[in-house]
Design a protein around this ligand. Structure first.
Ligand SMILES: [Fe+2]
Length: 206
């Protein structure tokens, strides 16, 4: 379809978002299965349920606009989800894969936040209050999911680093259980900042 008017552009943007949400709903259950962290799995399950409701909101919007969803593929979301599946194929299950998955899922959320931000601004500018209300509700949920994933990332990153260091200690021949525990605790205190440890984990996984 050729886009000529601002309204047509608005509808196309919504179709793009609709396609993205549908792709996410299809991909999420397979991605959840690859994850080991319970907190991450819970966050993903909760967002999957939320996304289903978001899809329904979009269907309501298409009804209000007397338009039909479908007929468009969101290539941005396709690429982002492909990257998530690449992690799943390339990294063994465990904390490092969980950390990689959070990175991929936060990219998805940030992409959605940008997309919903665009249509929210348009609905606001054109005074489509009912549509605006529906879109804003979803935008808020996407932002909350992004924040939730950031919180889970702290826990998962620490586990990923401890996993790597635990492996290293075993390689070094340490078999004193208590000493090992202490060593880990000390190290995890030193590595609270996510930026540095993540770099380290990435290096080691290469
Ligand atoms: Fe989302």
């Amino acid at each position: 379809m050729s886009v000529e008017t601002a309204h047509e552009l608005f509808v196309e943007e919504l179709k793009d978002i609709y396609s993205g949400e549908k792709q996410a709903i299809k991909a999420y259950p397979r991605l959840v299965k690859a994850v080991r962290s319970e907190s991450l799995r819970d966050a993903m399950q909760a967002h999957l349920a939320e996304t289903q409701a978001q899809l329904e909101r979009l269907e309501q919007i298409f009804e209000l606009l007397e338009e039909r969803p479908g007929g468009k593929t969101c290539n941005g979301m396709k690429g982002l989800l492909e990257e998530a599946f690449e992690h799943k194929d390339e990294i063994d299950p465990g904390s490092v894969l969980d950390a990689a998955m959070i990175g991929a899922l936060q990219r998805v959320e940030d992409y959605e936040i940008a997309a919903y931000g665009t249509v929210v601004a348009f609905a606001e500018a054109t005074g489509q209050t009912e549509i605006l209300r529906l879109l804003e509700a979803t935008l808020m949920e996407e932002k909350q999911t992004d924040e939730k994933l950031s919180t889970v990332a702290h826990e998962v990153n620490e586990a990923a680093i401890a996993e790597a260091e635990g492996g290293q200690e075993e390689e070094d021949g340490g078999n004193d259980k208590e000493g090992k525990k202490e060593g880990k605790a000390k190290k995890s205190r030193v590595i609270r900042k996510p930026a540095k440890p993540l770099k380290k984990a990435t290096k080691q996984s290469r």
